[in-house]
Design a protein around this ligand. Structure first.
Ligand SMILES: [Zn+2]
Length: 175
């Protein structure tokens, strides 16, 4: 059965870290196989068709994911920076101009997709929302999200799941 992905991060690079769930307990791998990563890219809207993912690209993707997770949670390690920079500085193909003067984008491969995830992370970590990257407040949830709310007091990955459970617990405590 296919695992469902979560999309609460607000940014592709943040959602990518959610492909490993329950980090504080028994980590749950949502992309156990290279093909699952291909599906993630399609469902994330980063690729129209599921790209074919080689075993090597898959391992590199997992390495990038873990480096991103550590950087998003405040750990700055030289090795992690190197991983992210290796991808973010990778040259990417620009659009082609057609005879109708339209921009045509060449199909991106997995390496190009990893590069765009790394660039998204650099943009996030150096942008106005850099200090708004948070971990869900629920004990058993390790999802990260970017709190883009005006007040910046969002506590849960989602009000439908962890937020709703916390609300229920508060009601019960009052009874
Ligand atoms: Zn949560």
């Amino acid at each position: 059965m296919e695992t469902r992905f979560t999309w609460v991060g607000g940014r592709p690079s943040v959602d990518f870290t959610a492909t490993l769930g329950k980090r504080q307990q028994t980590p749950f791998e949502r992309i156990p196989e290279p093909a699952d990563l291909g599906r993630w890219f399609r469902e994330a809207g980063l690729a129209q068709d599921e790209p074919v993912v080689s075993g090597r690209a898959y391992r590199q993707a997992v390495e990038l994911r873990e480096a991103l997770y550590r950087l998003f949670t405040g750990a700055t390690d030289a090795a992690d920076l190197e991983v992210v920079n290796r991808w973010s500085s990778r040259p990417s193909a620009g659009p082609r101009l057609t005879s109708e003067l339209r921009a045509e984008y060449v199909a991106v491969d997995v390496l190009g997709l990893l590069s765009s995830l790394a660039r998204d992370a650099v943009d996030l970590l150096t942008g106005p929302l850099a200090d708004r990257i948070r971990t869900c407040a629920a004990d058993d949830c390790s999802l990260l999200y970017v709190d883009a709310s005006r007040a910046g007091r969002r506590r849960w990955c989602s009000m439908n799941t962890c937020g709703a459970r916390a609300k229920m617990a508060t009601y019960r405590a009052v009874d």
